[in-house]
Write a protein that binds this ligand. Structure first.
Ligand code: SF4
Length: 104
C-alpha cells in the first residue's frame, strides 16, 4: 500500500486529526515505513513521545491486520511491524493463560 494511502486512512479515522504524524514538525512520512531499523525505531519513539491517539492508532491497525491478514507494514501506535507481531503473540499467550486458569 503506498504511503499516501496509509496517511489517508489515518486522516479518515475519527482520531486522525489528532495524529502527531500528520502535524507540522513530524518526521518525514517515509520514516514510518523505512527499511532502516534505526529510522523506523526513531519514528516509533516519536509516537510514544508525542501522539495523544497512539492507543487508537495501534488498536485500529491491529484490528485491520487481523481482519485482512495483511502483512504488517509501517509504524503504528508506536510499534514497528516486528513489535506488533510480538505484542499480538503476547496477547494471545495471555488469553490462553487466562482460559487455562478459568478451566482448571
Ligand atoms: S501513533 Fe504514530 S503512526 Fe499512529 S497516529 Fe500517532 S504518530 Fe501517527
Amino acid at each position: 500500500m503506498p504511503i499516501g494511502d496509509l496517511r489517508n486512512l489515518i486522516v479518515l479515522e475519527s482520531w486522525g486529526e489528532d495524529a502527531a504524524c500528520a502535524k507540522p514538525g513530524a518526521p518525514d512520512p517515509d520514516a514510518f515505513h523505512s527499511e532502516a531499523k534505526d529510522v523506523v525505531e526513531a519514528a516509533a519513539r516519536f509516537c510514544f513521545a508525542f501522539c495523544t491517539v497512539r492507543t487508537q492508532c495501534l488498536e485500529d491497525k491491529l484490528a485491520f491486520e487481523a481482519k485482512t491478514r495483511n502483512t504488517r507494514f509501517g509504524v503504528a501506535g508506536g510499534f514497528t511491524p516486528r513489535g506488533r507481531t510480538r505484542l499480538v503473540a503476547e496477547r494471545h499467550a495471555a488469553a490462553r493463560a487466562t482460559d487455562a486458569g478459568a478451566t482448571s
